[in-house]
Structures are given as structure tokens and as C-alpha cells.
Design a protein around this ligand. Structure first.
Ligand code: CA
Length: 220
């Protein structure tokens, strides 16, 4: 899963990037509205954290332009404390949720998890595929109750597939959602991550659809 953080306050942007990285997300940062606008169009994100007061183009304008262009990515808006007006305008402009500054990082992470869950039509906080369980809250994966130790990239691949069950996900789509923009990408490595996941979790969970990609079965 990949997140765009749009925040011009450098120290807060760094804190967000660090916390999201620890939580298992690939993170891109934009420090102004124009950059955010471009990244939102060019890259594939699973959610966006969007500050409203930004240089070059304000956050509400960025959000409106994205929505007008049909971008459906879930957006969590950061608002000034007690500004009910900003919250209302933000939500009316296409935000999915808001959080007033200053906020607890735990709350931001919980709200992002909920946004991502809803966007992928998952009802339960834990994602399941038979005996395989991924808990985004703890960043934990278990098979038959036993903890599987995954690298951050393996976790991102599995998390993306489990958020999109019963759907064929191509290697290039996976590549878009597991790496930050600055990362030197190689779509062949997705194959390597999937091979390692099969070794660690068992061969049956991730199905290869020849020539198209990978698919995980939803829990029935
Ligand atoms: Ca700001």
C-alpha cells in the first residue's frame, strides 16, 4: 500500500513519513500543492494525507481538481483545530475524512486504515484468506495462528493482494503500490517477492494467472 503525504511543514512531513513507513506503507511526500497535484495524477496511491494550507496551490484546490478529473483515491484532510468551516468545505470538496491539527499519530494511522479498508470494500479490520490472516493494525501476518516474518516489501505485496481479493492484480499494478517514487523499481522483483511469500506462507494462497498477474481468493 502506498500513501502520498502532502504537507509543507517539514518536521511534520518527516514524522508522517517515518510513522507511515513503520506501519508498512510506501510513502511519497509533496511539500506544495502543485507537486501534489502532479503526483496524484501520475502515481498510484492507496490514500492521501492532505494538508490544506500549502504553498503554490492550496489543498482544497488540489482536491477539487483531482475529483473533477475523476481521481477516486481516499483523501484524509488535515485541518486547523476548531475550524468547522474548513472541515465542512473539505468534505464537500471530496475529502473522505479529516483530522484536526495537532493530532495523535495513532489516530491518523487508524483513520487511514479505515479509509483504505472502505475503498477496497473490506468490512473487517483483519484481512483473511483461509488460514492466512493479515492484521493491518499490528502489521502482523499469521498462518494457522503462527506468525510469518515478512520483509516490508513482502508485507506490502501481500497487503495489496489481500485488500483486493478475487481480482487479478498485474505485476505492474503491484509495482506501483509497493514502492515510493524515489525507489529504483524493477517489476521482476515482484515475482521474487511472491516466490518468497509462497515459501513463507505456503503455496496455496497466491494464485498465478498466467500472463496476467496474481490473485488471492476472498475468505468464504
Ligand atoms: Ca500547511
Amino acid at each position: 500500500m502506498r500513501i502520498l503525504v502532502v504537507e509543507d511543514e517539514a518536521s511534520l512531513a518527516r514524522q508522517l513519513a517515518t510513522a507511515l513507513g513503520h506501519a508498512g506503507y510506501a510513502v511519497d511526500c509533496a511539500a506544495d500543492g502543485e507537486r501534489a497535484h502532479i503526483l496524484g495524477h501520475d502515481e498510484e496511491y492507496d490514500a492521501v494525507v492532505l494538508d490544506l494550507g500549502l504553498p503554490k496551490m492550496d489543498g482544497l484546490t488540489v482536491l477539487r481538481l483531482w475529483r473533477e478529473a475523476g481521481l477516486a483515491v481516499p483523501v484524509l484532510v488535515l485541518t486547523a483545530r476548531a475550524s468547522w468551516h474548513e472541515k465542512v468545505t473539505g468534505i464537500d470538496s471530496g475529502a473522505d475524512d479529516y483530522l484536526a491539527k495537532p493530532f495523535r499519530m495513532e489516530e491518523l494511522l487508524a483513520r487511514l486504515r479505515a479509509l483504505i479498508r472502505r475503498a477496497s470494500r473490506q468490512v473487517n479490520p483483519e484481512l483473511r484468506c483461509g488460514t492466512l490472516v493479515l492484521d493491518p493494525r499490528a502489521g502482523k501476518v499469521t498462518v494457522d495462528g503462527a506468525i510469518a516474518r515478512l520483509t516490508s516489501h513482502e508485507f506490502r505485496v501481500l497487503s495489496y493482494l489481500m485488500h483486493h481479493p478475487d481480482r487479478v492484480v498485474s505485476q505492474s499494478e503491484l509495482t506501483e503500490h509497493i514502492y515510493a517514487q524515489s525507489f529504483d523499481r524493477d517489476s521482476n522483483t515482484v515475482e521474487v517477492f511472491v516466490a518468497r511469500l509462497r515459501r513463507k506462507l505456503g503455496p496455496s494462497f497466491i494464485e498465478t494467472v498466467r500472463g496476467l498477474g496474481y490473485r488471492m481468493k476472498a475468505d468464504s
